[in-house]
Ligand binder design. Structure first.
Ligand SMILES: [Zn+2]
Ligand SMILES: [Zn+2]
Length: 507
């Protein structure tokens, strides 16, 4: 790591620490923008700095500030954006629940375990701070964090902007997965867009980001291009099959509240399906523990069906954590697709959202692609990555209809923009995910697709043609924001980041 000071302008230096640290000197005093590891402090005497007066943190990520844990109190003031308390303040960090394995996208992908004591949360958008007569200004530029700030100073006749991770050379975003504030909406992208538009409005002679090179060649042009890309990302988080009719099936509502879709196929609770065989056995698809009372009510009303097999379209807890109940109460055999079984078998070690609390090991595995038979039903099974990589699809004929069990990847257009969403943390894939899955279902040509969260609809190939176009556009939108242009490294790197953070937090 090059820790030699790089002079940007007289009395303004950059250190390539765990993030870029910028040091600004007046007389024999200095302030720093971000802190990194703090290894750069050793250079202060050689630069003629007797006293470091203030450290301004653009946001809470550990690469900005981990070195601040080495000592407390420090002989300088630590300033952080207001609103970032819960990611910095040791008591609030200790109380916070940052273990994101059992829920959706976390509030942050990286927080410093232990926090940082004694920070002042006095950096607020459109506010300023006087360092002597020097007016240091703050602009809210969310993205890596909802409260992240850029810092503006006048220096050596120039207006210099320290933008943290709001922008990166090449009109990109460092680790763009930080803009995914939830698993499916473009809320983070939209907030980041607004911040970049705000920043574009000010004069900039040098744009100093937290990673990558300083930009002095037309930095506002970079911001203009970045704003456009962020808006494209936002749009890609929207509708995936625009204008497509929902084509909902009309079920028969049963007295117990369950829905009869076909004489042998019932929907119960939020996610569950019950497929009955001629000889009175039942196969339960996507058993969610909270749906089990609805299943019992359905079984009670039917009176002549005994569940013997359970399976799941994907590993999310709301589609499989009822397997344990079905095994214990009904002696069901759990049959899983190998891709679905993968994160479930190692539930304590996988770093993916919505894991069930306990591992689920199947009694039998399906082939990854192939056929499987159960009591007269012949199933075709295949991987079906979309909302998450660890997802499958299976199709069989029920009462003369080809029924595809589709889980969470593709919803009717009026439900959640037609998708369970995409995000890096959920392992959503594009060309080898949504596109491949849409192509597969178009080759299978089911009559109906029955999905999670109460949705079941008539299959129409035009929906999936639109999805293919959308997925390719979404892939470009994300790739265009990656500094390296490499999705695996910059975008899917979220899983390593989440794993590293989890183990650090567990220590
Ligand atoms: Zn960051
Ligand atoms: Zn799901």
């Amino acid at each position: 790591m090059a820790l030699e000071p790089i002079q940007i302008f007289p009395d303004l230096w950059q250190f390539t620490d765990t993030c870029n640290v910028y040091l600004l000197k007046h007389g024999d005093e200095a302030v720093a923008i971000d802190f990194g590891s703090g290894a750069w402090l050793q250079h202060l005497p050689a630069l003629g700095i007797r006293r470091l007066a203030h450290v301004f943190l653009t946001h809470h990520h550990p690469d900005q500030c981990a070195g601040l844990q080495a000592q407390s109190p420090w002989p300088f003031d630590i300033h952080a954006p207001s609103g970032e308390e819960r990611f910095f303040d040791p008591e609030q960090v200790a109380r916070g629940d940052f273990d994101a394995r059992y829920k959706g996208c976390p509030d942050t992908y990286a927080v410093l375990p232990g926090g940082i004591p004694n920070a002042r949360y006095d950096m607020a958008g459109f506010g300023d701070f006087f360092w002597g007569a020097e007016r240091i200004r703050f602009l809210l530029t969310p993205g890596h964090s909802a409260n992240a700030c850029s810092i503006i100073v006048d220096h050596a006749g120039r207006q210099v902007v320290f933008c943290g991770d709001a922008a990166h050379a090449g009109a990109t975003i460092w680790q763009p997965y930080h803009l995914e504030w939830d698993h499916w909406t473009g809320g983070g992208a939209l907030a980041a867009w607004e911040g970049i538009v705000r920043l574009y409005g000010v004069a900039i002679d040098a744009l100093c980001p937290a990673h990558g090179p300083v930009v002095t060649d037309r930095p506002r042009d970079l911001l203009k291009r970045l704003a456009r890309k962020l808006l494209t990302l936002y749009h890609s988080k929207g509708q995936i099959s625009p204008g497509e009719p929902d084509a909902y099936l009309t079920p028969e509502i049963m007295p117990c509240g369950a829905q009869r879709l076909l004489p042998h196929l019932y929907h119960f609770g939020v996610n569950g399906y019950l497929l009955r065989s001629e000889d009175g056995q039942g196969m339960v698809i996507d058993p969610f523990s909270e749906d089990m009372p609805a299943l019992e009510a359905l079984l009670g009303e039917l009176g002549d069906v005994r569940p013997t097999v359970a399976t799941a379209t994907h590993y999310h807890a709301d589609h499989c954590d009822g397997i344990r109940y079905l095994r214990e109460r009904h002696g069901c055999c759990a049959v899983l697709h190998p891709w679905v079984a993968e994160p479930l078998g190692e539930a304590a070690h996988a770093h993916v959202p919505w894991l069930p609390r306990e591992p689920i090991v199947p009694d039998e595995l399906w082939p990854a692609r192939g056929e499987w038979e159960w009591r007269g039903y012949r199933f075709t099974v295949a991987p079906w990555p979309g909302q998450t990589r660890w997802h499958c699809v299976f199709m069989t004929r029920v009462d003369g209809m080809a029924v595809a069990f589709g889980g969470d990847s593709f919803q009717p257009a009026s439900r959640w923009n037609g998708t369970g969403g995409y995000c890096a943390y959920n392992g959503s894939r594009f060309e080898d995910g949504f596109v491949a899955s849409a192509q597969l279902i178009m080759s299978w040509k089911p009559d109906i697709v029955v999905c999670g969260h109460d949705t079941f609809y008539t299959y129409n190939p035009s929906k999936f043609r639109k999805i293919i176009r959308w997925a390719r556009a979404a892939q470009s939108a994300v790739t265009d924001l990656c500094p390296s242009g490499n999705l695996e490294q910059d975008y899917y790197g979220v899983s390593q980041a989440a794993a590293a953070f989890f183990w650090a937090a567990a220590r």
